[in-house]
Design a protein. Structure first.
Length: 210
């Protein structure tokens, strides 16, 4: 677990934790993303006809440039040095999965070949995240990250033994032809993604099925 793990604090104090991150990575700005209602998760009982989705809020470096993105995602362009740029995409999704330890869930959904490939991680009783170096695409550097937390265990949404989980996934890929040495992702981009997930907030939303 990295030194950033302490930032994964309960929602009521997340706002207080954000300035500490800003001291390490520069000025942060809030970015929000909402999962589309289709497909979402179906609700039974009195709320039958509604679907449950997740919304997420992350804090990203102010130097990241916002790019146009499909519904349910955020996209940024970053410049690590004059010869190295990355495209970074965040998505949010609600899934049904067995109720379990969040760290175990994250490790299972985003495996890493070995400890040296895990660039950052953090855990709390009901949420966890990790940032992983993945095999590149040609000469392009690729990072992936996953934040996961239990959204609800309401019986009209999650069957017995299951939970509705929110997943925030991050994919970062260097630009074709760019020269991105290890410092750009191990010491800069990876920790920045970890910081953004360490202070993530998520919430539940009901939407009337169309």
């Amino acid at each position: 677990m990295s030194a950033r793990a302490w930032l994964l604090v309960p929602t009521v104090v997340l706002a207080a934790a954000a300035p500490a991150v800003a001291q390490r990575t520069g000025i942060l700005r809030t970015a929000r993303v909402a999962e589309p209602a289709n497909p979402g998760l179906a609700v039974s009982g009195a709320l039958q006809g509604y679907r449950v989705t997740s919304t997420a809020r992350v804090a990203v470096p102010g130097t990241w440039d916002t790019r146009k993105a499909p519904a349910g995602s955020l996209r940024f362009a970053t410049r690590q040095n004059p010869s190295c740029r990355y495209d970074v995409t965040y998505t949010v999704k609600t899934v049904l999965a067995p109720a379990q330890d969040p760290a175990t869930y994250v490790e299972g959904r985003l495996p890493a070949p070995g400890a040296r490939h895990v660039l950052d991680s953090g855990t709390r009783p009901n949420r966890a995240f990790r940032v992983v170096r993945r095999p590149g695409i040609g000469a392009r550097v690729r990072l992936e990250a996953l934040w996961a937390g239990v959204l609800t265990k309401r019986p009209d949404i999650a069957p017995a033994g299951q939970a509705a989980w929110t997943e925030i996934r991050v994919a970062a890929l260097s630009r074709p032809g760019d020269e991105c040495h290890a410092g750009t992702w191990r010491e800069a981009l990876g920790p920045s993604i970890g910081d953004s997930l360490a202070v993530a907030r998520t919430s539940l939303r009901f939407t009337k099925a169309g």
